[in-house]
Design a binder for this molecule. Structure first.
Ligand code: PMP
Length: 287
């Protein structure tokens, strides 16, 4: 089946889905994006993702390309046309097409493109074995709270992870504290059983999955705290994991050369993964 993409109001074959060479996303990375998971045919945490899209646009003063209702309808049409039951919708909004010049153009209309694709769920064995992360210097700008398409440091970091046989790279600030992964948030469980993740300041992207996990942890009466943690603390943690819309809760069993816990997924991480999956299929789902 051929894939269909959405480009500025039109559904077109993926192979012909194009934007102009003077799109500001292409020339300046002047745009933002979102990824919404589709699970069993329904969207997961759709509204918080669209709220974050609006926030990213507002922070960069990019006009909203359409109403939320219209966008939700187009997302559903894209999922339907691509016959996605389990996968994701990627959406990107840029400041639009204009003669190349740094200041905001006067009359540009924002461009919006969307693609959808299927993704496979991790096998139980893969979850149980967990993943490796490496640690790298955080070389990004001071507005990591904006989900901007300017992802070069993240791209370089993820590539370094791959070249070192790792799933993710945890970025580390000047104080030796972990900010987040290149496409996920970072978590540890201390030897005292406390769940720790960095507070949502401008140093990190406030993951939608992160917020849902915090809500679930709170409801379950788990001990948790939002504070920065160091690489050393992470390496001596009882458990570690990453979170994102596509990774859910993915246990981390190795950081650089250090094995975490007994090298298998920790019980708190597994429990949170299960409760997040239940949440994604129930309360967090929108048809
Ligand atoms: N941090 C970064 C840098 C990311 O790219 C992502 C994935 N979008 C996340 C965190 C996790 O966010 P979410 O849970 O909303 O997918």
């Amino acid at each position: 089946m051929s894939r269909i993409a959405y480009v500025n109001g039109r559904f077109v074959p993926h192979s012909h889905a194009e934007v102009h060479v003077e799109d500001r996303g292409y020339q300046f990375a002047d745009g933002v994006y979102e990824v919404v998971l589709v699970q069993n045919g329904v969207m997961v945490d759709e509204i918080p993702h669209l709220e974050r899209l609006d926030r990213s646009l507002d922070e960069l003063r990019i006009p909203h390309p359409m109403s939320r209702g219209a966008l939700r309808a187009q997302m559903r049409e894209l999922v339907r046309q691509n016959r996605i039951r389990n996968g994701l919708v990627y959406m990107q909004v840029t400041r639009g097409v204009a003669k190349r010049d740094h200041p905001f153009p006067k009359n540009a209309k924002p461009s919006i493109v969307m693609t959808a694709k299927r993704i496979a769920m991790a096998t139980p064995e893969a979850v149980e074995n967990g993943v490796k992360v490496i640690t790298i210097k955080d070389i990004r700008w001071e507005r990591c709270d904006i989900k901007s398409i300017a992802l070069l440091p993240n791209v370089l970091g993820k590539q370094q992870a791959r070249e070192n046989g790792a799933f993710e790279a945890w970025q580390v600030d000047e104080d030796g504290k972990v900010t987040e992964g290149t496409s996920s948030n970072a978590w540890i469980v201390t030897q005292d059983g406390e769940l720790v993740t960095r507070p949502a300041t401008n140093d990190i992207l406030n993951g939608i999955t992160r917020m849902s996990i915090l809500k679930l942890a709170d409801r379950q009466g788990l001990k948790f705290v939002e504070r920065p943690f160091s690489v050393e603390e992470a390496k001596s943690a009882r458990e570690a994991f990453v979170s994102s819309a596509t990774a859910f809760v993915t246990p981390v069993t190795q950081i650089d050369d250090t094995v975490i816990g007994n090298g298998k997924a920790g019980s708190l991480s597994r429990g949170l993964r299960d409760s997040y999956m239940d949440y994604a299929a129930g309360e967090g789902a929108t048809a």
